[in-house]
Write a new protein. Structure first.
Length: 284
């Protein structure tokens, strides 16, 4: 799962990349730069590269590195930073239309193109979230221990510190939100879904960093297996319209054991390959 801290760090690096690009573009535009300016620019990029590299996934890391290293034939960022103002030995200043460029390492082709590619790879990491089904499984694993969590709170209660009770769905939502906030910084309760057919609905919780909606349901005597399934199907149809929804986890709290076949409900409504992916966890 991508943490909010990692996402924030990537966004800061992307913003910083525009500053680096603007700074280094001036060297060949002006045709001059002091050694102090060049050294400062080199250090600024090297610092950026050192912080960005660990955030690139293994599948893209070789490409990210190549955009810096280059080679004998295709020269990239490293060549530009080493000698940004070296004059091309074949350049003819007397010719107005010299075939060869003035600089040995032209900013636009050796630095800018490669740096833009690195930025694109970095941007892709924001969206390269783990498969929704994997995220749903990880969150479900945490909430499978919810009864133990609740039991500890209740058995550890003291006269002046009452134990939390879960008598209504709103009580459940308070505890679910508290647990989610242990895992993610950005948890948005009651986030609105774009309007559909004149109506507007809200998801219980949205975790935008991983594109997951968490829905809570608390069973009662009149809420049978069939009705739970029907309500979830209706809700999920609405939630799928949310632009950040890639997966939906339904936490069905059944302390009264009203559900006759919880395993069947979980199996029937869990779909790892769908869009959005869905998962049901019955908690007792």
């Amino acid at each position: 799962m991508m943490s909010t801290n990692k996402r924030t760090e990537i966004e800061l690096l992307i913003n910083e990349s525009w500053e680096i690009e603007s700074l280094l573009s001036l060297w060949q535009e002006r045709g001059a730069a002091t050694q102090a300016e060049i050294r400062a620019g080199q250090e600024k990029y090297q610092s950026w590269y050192a912080r960005a590299s660990p955030l690139i996934s293994e599948a893209s890391r070789a490409e990210f590195k190549d955009m810096y290293e280059g080679g004998m034939v295709i020269q990239r960022i490293k060549a530009f930073l080493t000698k940004p103002l070296e004059i091309n030995q074949f350049y003819d200043p007397a010719a107005s239309d010299s075939f060869f460029p003035k600089w040995s390492h032209v900013y636009s082709t050796t630095f800018l193109e490669s740096f833009s590619s690195q930025r694109t790879l970095l941007q892709a990491e924001i969206y390269a979230v783990a498969e929704p089904s994997s995220v749903l499984a990880e969150i479900a694993e945490v909430f499978s221990r919810f009864p133990n969590f609740l039991q500890v709170l209740q058995t550890s209660a003291k006269p002046n510190v009452p134990a939390p009770t879960v008598k209504k769905e709103v009580d459940l939502q308070v505890l679910v939100e508290a647990c989610l906030r242990l895992m993610y910084e950005d948890v948005r309760p009651e986030d609105f879904v774009p309007q559909r057919a004149g109506g507007r609905s809200r998801v219980d919780f949205l975790i935008p960093d991983v594109g997951v909606v968490v829905e809570t349901k608390m069973t009662r005597e009149s809420l049978t297996d069939k009705l739970v399934g029907e309500e979830l199907a209706i809700d999920w149809h609405r939630y799928s319209a949310h632009p950040d929804c890639r997966g939906i986890l339904a936490l069905v709290y059944d302390p009264g054991r009203y559900l006759k076949n919880p395993a069947g409900l979980e199996s029937d409504l869990t779909q790892s390959q769908g869009h959005p992916a869905t998962r049901v966890l019955v908690i007792r």
